[in-house]
Design a protein around this ligand. Structure first.
Ligand SMILES: Nc1ncnc2c1ncn2[C@@H]1O[C@H](COP(=O)(O)OP(=O)(O)OP(=O)(O)O)[C@@H](O)[C@H]1O
Ligand SMILES: [Mg+2]
Length: 245
């Protein structure tokens, strides 16, 4: 098992947001997290990553069998967790290229020039050219460029368990296909014995035509209220709405 969340309760700024979340994700699985605005989806991601404002008042988070509930964020990232943020901050003075070079986990035995070449090649896969990589992280990036830049960082990092927070929102139709291809590759979905796992938040569902999800969950008011096959759960939401489902 990659990730196991047991009876998780979380407070943000003294307000209870998650009310007993249980979730298990195995190697080779990709789960979709659905739910209305404000349900607590992003809060769950931030808590799994261990951001300081997200206070766990009950429950545990296990990653590959290890209790990570009280680890620092950087320690969790080192263990192999990765994320694309819904609204990442701009980082003035830090070039995207330099960040990618730091994040690259495939850099052993490479000199700076080779590493440079490698990140430029990764960028080209997402139609982000070398000039683009010279820009400050997220500063003035368009909505769709932010999403691709987030994904590019994961491609450098190659984590084992990956959370995608609305990677498709604001992305044009052609680029949804492009980013989906990279998500499939990051999760090693073409491999029957993939050791990767993922959790993906989406509102649109269109991305699921390209990314193979194995499970879907609906989160409402900080609790998972339904789990099922992605197509069935999505269909039910479309016909009856979140609350009914
Ligand atoms: N720092 C904070 N201070 C106060 N409230 C917060 C804070 N962070 C999150 N919340 C609240 O927690 C609730 C859950 O927010 P969250 O971002 O997890 O929702 P979400 O399910 O990701 O929604 P969306 O689909 O709109 O992205 C919201 O009501 C939000 O306003
Ligand atoms: Mg959110």
């Amino acid at each position: 098992m990659l990730l196991e969340i047991k009876d998780l309760e979380v407070e943000v700024e003294g307000k209870k947001i998650l009310n007993g979340v249980n979730l298990q994700i195995n190697e080779g699985e990709t789960h979709v997290l659905l739910g209305p605005n404000g349900a607590g989806k992003s809060t769950l991601f931030m808590t799994i990553l261990g951001f300081p404002n997200y206070k766990v008042t009950k429950g545990t988070i296990l990653y590959k069998g290890q209790d990570i509930t009280s680890l620092e964020t950087h320690e969790r990232i080192k263990l192999g967790l990765g994320v694309t943020f819904q609204n990442p901050p701009a980082i003035r003075g830090v070039k995207l290229k330099d960040l990618l070079k730091i994040e690259d986990t495939n850099k052993e035995y490479k000199n700076d020039e080779e590493l440079d070449e490698e990140v430029v090649k990764l960028g080209e896969r997402l139609k982000l050219n070398e000039n683009f990589l010279e820009r400050d992280v997220n500063l003035g990036f368009s909505g769709g460029e932010v999403k691709r830049s987030e994904l590019l960082q994961l491609m450098a990092q190659q984590p084992d368990f990956i959370m995608f927070d609305e990677p498709d929102s604001g992305v044009d139709i052609e680029n949804v296909e492009l980013i989906s291809k990279e998500i499939v590759s990051l999760l090693d979905q073409k491999n029957q014995k993939s050791s990767k796992g993922g959790l993906l938040i989406t509102h649109l569902g269109y991305i699921l035509r390209f990314v193979d999800a194995t499970h879907a969950h609906i989160l409402i008011d900080g609790k998972i209220t339904r789990t099922g096959k992605p197509e069935e759960v999505m269909d039910d939401i479309r016909t009856s709405g979140f609350k009914e489902v």
